[in-house]
Write a protein of this length. Structure first.
Length: 269
């Protein structure tokens, strides 16, 4: 018996890329394009969005990780925010009620990230009360980092498994800019081991994601946000092994002596 070994080995160092798409639940066409991407791409659904419940059910049927994309008060008081938003100064009871309502609209969610929220996530007292309520709901937390946030650190201090965003895919909607941001995420994953990128269901974003994910380098692995929260390990690709049964083939030139398996088919000098 002879075992043939693979010519290439699995990379010892693999960068993880986690992609979360926010603002799901408003536009059927764009939402469908996101839900057609590999299931490792996670979705964050705004509870008050008109299609929130149906999108959550669809994503769950795909075994895709779902987040509640909870609106939170921004620094600028003139910016309108959706219903069900967390306001600066919200009490524990108010935060608890918001979360329970959000979970009804976005079932199957494993975690939560903030929609806007540069004001609320910068207010320590508000974040302490909110994270206490979030811990009671047993949800993970992803800090979208829309400003000078204390949310990530506060969540950790409350014993919540928390992560924070590294790259925004589409601060600019220009195709060249979105493409550049995707490449930045790949480089960040190489340098730091993990890159968490947040994007939105927009035309150029979808195009870049479709192409970028299909052409991911071999040293970058697309993972779900839950993979990071659960501290799962990357399973290495199993090497391709061929097992040859029987005796080695004889040489093709007289005297036709058998040779060792590794020299199969090589004539005797």
């Amino acid at each position: 018996m002879f075992i043939g070994f693979p010519t290439a080995s699995f990379a010892q160092s693999v960068g993880k890329l986690a992609i979360v798409i926010d603002d799901i639940g408003y536009h059927p066409k764009e939402d469908a394009a996101i839900l057609a991407l590999p299931k490792a791409v996670s979705v964050a659904i705004i509870p008050s969005a008109p299609y929130a419940l149906s999108r959550a059910k669809e994503a769950h049927s795909q075994q895709r990780d779902i987040l509640i994309h909870l609106p939170m008060q921004p620094q600028n008081p003139n910016i309108p925010i959706e219903a069900g938003a967390l306001k600066v100064g919200a009490s524990y009871a108010e935060a608890e009620q918001l979360l329970k309502q959000a979970r009804q609209q976005v079932p199957y969610a494993i975690g939560l990230n903030n929609h806007m929220g540069s004001g609320a996530t910068a207010d320590l007292a508000t974040m302490i009360r909110f994270m206490q309520a979030l811990k009671a709901e047993q949800l993970f937390f992803l800090d979208s980092k829309t400003g000078k946030s204390v949310a990530y650190q506060t969540a950790q201090k409350q014993g919540i498994s928390a992560l924070e965003r590294h790259i925004f895919l589409d601060d600019s909607n220009e195709l060249a800019d979105v493409t550049q941001q995707f490449q930045r995420a790949i480089q960040y994953a190489r340098q730091h081991g993990v890159a968490i990128m947040i994007g939105h269901p927009r035309k150029n974003s979808v195009a870049v994601l479709q192409k970028g994910i299909a052409e991911l380098p071999s040293d970058i692995q697309l993972v779900s946000i839950g993979h990071l929260w659960r501290h799962e390990k990357i399973e290495p690709v199993k090497p391709f092994i061929v097992i040859f049964e029987g005796a080695p083939a004889p040489t093709s030139i007289a005297p036709f002596n058998n040779v060792t398996p590794l020299l199969r088919g090589i004539p005797k000098e």
